[in-house]
Design a protein around this ligand. Structure first.
Ligand SMILES: C[S@@+](CC[C@H](N)C(=O)[O-])C[C@H]1O[C@@H](n2cnc3c(N)ncnc32)[C@H](O)[C@@H]1O
Ligand code: SF4
Ligand code: SF4
Length: 403
């Protein structure tokens, strides 16, 4: 796959009319990790049955066309028929983007499935979001799995080996900031930027009801400080993107990427201590639908379930037009009557793109802020990376097998 083909993401294809755009599908309640900050621990502990393939089929057949399928769980690589499920949505719903998060414990399965899906769904962009929460010791503590860190690195290296030059596979690292890792985020992002050929690295402030209490420690002040500190690394990713795309398209992508990340991070910082109006409508329940592994459904990940797909014959169209969903959208409210705000990146981004007139200015302002925080990254050389590896006592032998 050459670098010269530029994928067209659903962001470019979408219309501003509010209709179902993103389905967040929790494909399983099973998981092979025990993360301290997991917002889904209580749901998984209930040990209900996963929706079966026939139920997924009915959901897909009744949803109509939509753009983005966000997989979640539990650990998606444990849902053994996942490739078939994605292929079905590609065929029936003409999805353009799939986001697949993973804890990175199954490197070979990720490669096998993405290779298969690239062939069977050629026009779809796959974002593989690999969770990495810290250097060796802290990552494994936060994730509750000894050895997880090196497995995750193996996943990242294999993604680079097989899809490094494939513009249809976006390689993202997702880090959740908690009491365990908040003081090493800058080092982690710097090291990852220097050692891996990934597309981007997102940080999320831990939210919701977490497995271990007391892990959410960020405040507006500490989050803003952290976001400012890591801003130059985003300029580095933006530059990589510009170089890969070339020409005017590359320049526009750089401005949009930096502006969007900064806007997202500004909205998040404003909402970490207390709810603050986003300056745009949240489109949860109009453009987004969350389906839990056991069939409960909701407008967004942070609000309570409003029904079960089984009560609607697994008909997504009926669920989206149900009285329950209408009431939910009214309750969330809009404009100056809105009464719900949060720090959830997926919904902030989804809502930004459905409020383009209000948000374009903010995106440009965000880009200017990122430019002001710019610092060259030429300090990230082999000596610096080795210093970080010593500081965090990484295993030289294991690293040498990877690099
Ligand atoms: C629920 S997990 C499912 C996918 C997979 N099991 C994993 O951990 O990557 C999806 C993403 O949510 C993140 N996450 C978990 N708990 C969180 C929390 N309390 N706040 C924000 N993100 C969280 C995970 O780290 C992961 O990046
Ligand atoms: S964050 Fe992901 S890997 Fe961790 S316990 Fe939750 S679902 Fe499992
Ligand atoms: S503001 Fe956040 S919690 Fe409220 S509806 Fe939107 S996504 Fe959900």
């Amino acid at each position: 796959m050459s670098n010269s083909t530029h994928p067209t993401s659903s962001f470019q294809k979408m219309s501003m009319k509010r209709k179902l755009e993103s389905v967040f599908l929790f494909v399983t309640g099973k998981c092979n990790a025990k993360c301290a900050m997991c917002f889904y621990a209580d749901d998984m502990d209930a040990k209900k049955q996963d929706l079966n393939f026939d139920e997924m089929k009915k959901l897909s057949e009744t949803a109509g066309e939509f753009n983005r399928l966000w997989l979640s769980g539990g650990e998606p690589t444990l849902r053994i028929d996942l490739p078939e499920i994605v292929e079905m949505f590609y065929k029936n719903n003409k999805i353009k983007d799939v986001n697949m998060p993973t804890n990175g414990l199954m490197p070979d399965r990720v490669i096998e499935w993405i290779s298969r899906l690239r062939k069977s769904c050629p026009n779809c962009i796959f974002t593989v979001s690999v969770s990495l929460d810290g250097f060796e010791e802290i990552h494994d503590i936060q994730r509750g799995v000894p050895g997880n860190f090196y497995k995750t690195l193996e996943t990242l290296k294999k993604l680079d080996k097989y899809f490094g030059n494939d513009p249809m596979v976006i390689k993202n690292i997702a880090t959740v900031v908690t009491k365990y890792n908040h003081d090493q985020i800058h080092d982690l992002m710097t090291w990852v930027y220097g050692r891996f050929n990934i597309t981007t690295h997102t940080i999320e402030a831990a939210r919701g009801v977490t497995r271990e209490k007391g892990v959410k420690i960020l405040t507006e002040t500490s989050l803003k400080k952290l976001q400012n500190e890591v801003s130059p690394i985003y300029s580095g990713y933006a530059e990589r993107m510009k170089t890969a795309m070339k020409g005017l398209r590359g320049k526009i992508a750089k401005i949009f990427y930096l502006g969007l990340i900064r806007t997202l991070y500004n909205v998040r910082a404003d909402n970490i201590d207390k709810p603050t109006p986003w300056g745009m409508n949240c489109t949860a329940g109009e453009t987004t639908l969350v389906i839990d592994y056991d069939g409960r459904f909701r407008s967004c990940e942070l609000r309570d379930p409003i029904g079960n797909v089984r009560d609607y014959g697994c008909n997504i169209n009926d669920m989206m037009h149900s009285e329950a969903m209408k009431k939910e959208v009214e309750t969330i409210g809009s404009g100056y009557k809105a009464n719900c705000w949060c720090t959830h990146g997926c919904w902030i981004i989804s809502s930004i793109i459905f409020n383009p007139r209000k948000m374009l200015f903010k995106i440009y302002k965000g880009y200017r802020q990122a430019q002001k925080l710019y610092k060259p990254l030429n300090f990230i050389d082999e000596t610096y990376l080795k210093t970080l590896e010593e500081k965090y006592r990484l295993d030289e032998k294991k690293l040498s097998q990877l690099f």
